[in-house]
Ligand binder design. Structure first.
Ligand code: SF4
Length: 346
């Protein structure tokens, strides 16, 4: 351990001031914090909360219901990342739909789904487009590729989200954030200056144990100073400008919309949908989907977990009815989900 990391670890371990709360909003941070055993060295006065940064976890039940409807009622081939297949919908998951004969393909990128659509032009192919600024540009590339190839059988079911507006909703839940490194590499660090001016504080950080400890130490020191702050603790990856090319791609194909977040409700302007120029690739329009409001299992406290109101092991189903092999809620499905991380390392 180098001297800087050792100093940061010491600041974190020895803090004995007033209680403070720090929220990590990135699912990869949640996972890495557990994996490195960082929670075990935290003093009682420091509470680390897992926020809503896992894209699978915040995807609402109604979205799964829409995907199931597309697969079963419209006969569409659903192409998706593996985790979404097991997320429970109101009545059934995509895995259940598959066992009833629906075609659900696991892919590794949206371009794989375009390639599938190109090879099977007699089938309607829908890619489940979820995620934040890190993964969204790949969906934008996919629709551009589909248009370039003249495909008429490829659409997106969008549930893409941006984090900025969610921070305002979570402002009272934490004293400071560990902002996500990957998302910030696209948005750039300059967005955090506005948040700071609105009293939303924190540090952006990377994913090594040293980087996370350094960011926690900075947060602890700065919270004690009592003034709004933002510190970029990940400058080797996060620049002020971020990635203008990725943002241009998103602006070309998408537009902001209100979005439903599991556990947080509808957050104004926090979603992204295909804009008018790319509307032909919008699965909701193509299949005239009705607005579906999903219902989660009432025992599941994913919403409370995502807002930091309760810890995963405070949910009655945790480790009993709800385990990674048989998840009751989305937070137990993805390896980035707080419940799955608690189950594995907690
Ligand atoms: Fe939901 Fe399972 Fe987590 Fe409970 S343990 S909040 S049921 S995902």
């Amino acid at each position: 351990m180098n001297a800087e990391v050792s100093r940061a670890k010491n600041i974190v371990e020895t803090y004995d001031g007033p209680p403070l709360r720090i929220m990590e909003v990135c699912g990869t941070h949640t996972h890495e914090i557990f994996r490195y055993g960082i929670r075990r060295i935290l003093p009682p006065a420091v509470k680390l909360i897992s926020g809503p940064g896992c894209p699978v976890c915040v995807t609402p039940t109604g979205y799964i219901d829409e995907a199931v409807m597309l697969a079963l009622a419209h006969g569409a081939v659903i192409c998706t990342f593996g985790d979404l297949v097991r997320v429970p919908g109101t009545e059934k998951s995509l895995a259940d739909a598959r066992s009833e004969g629906a075609q659900v393909q696991t892919v590794y990128s949206p371009l794989d789904a375009v390639a599938y659509a190109a090879k099977h032009q007699d089938e309607q192919v829908v890619f489940l487009s979820v995620g934040f600024e890190t993964t969204t540009p790949a969906s934008c590339l996919a629709v551009k590729e589909a248009r370039g190839q003249g495909l008429k059988n490829f659409t997106l079911l969008t549930a893409n989200k941006t984090m900025d507006n969610a921070y305002y909703l979570l402002k009272g839940s934490t004293d400071a954030f560990l902002f996500p490194g990957h998302v910030s590499a696209i948005t750039g660090a300059k967005i955090y200056e506005k948040l700071k001016n609105d009293g939303i504080c924190g540090t952006v950080t990377g994913f090594t144990a040293g980087e996370i400890l350094a960011a926690l130490a900075v947060n602890i020191k700065k919270i004690q100073e009592g003034k709004p702050f933002f510190v970029n603790c990940y400058p080797r990856v996060v620049s002020e400008e971020g990635s203008p090319a990725a943002r241009k791609l998103m602006a070309e194909t998408l537009e902001p919309c209100d979005a439903e977040w599991r556990g947080l409700g509808c957050i104004k302007g926090s979603g992204l949908k295909l804009n008018e120029r790319y509307a032909e690739f919008d699965a909701r329009l193509k299949f005239a989907l009705p607005a579906l409001v999903g219902r989660s299992n009432p025992v599941c406290r994913c919403g409370d977990v995502l807002r930091g109101v309760c810890r995963p092991d405070e949910c009655k189903a945790f480790g009993k009815a709800c385990v990674p092999e048989h998840p009751v809620g989305a937070c137990m499905v993805s390896s980035e989900g707080a419940c799955a991380a608690w189950y594995k390392y907690g």
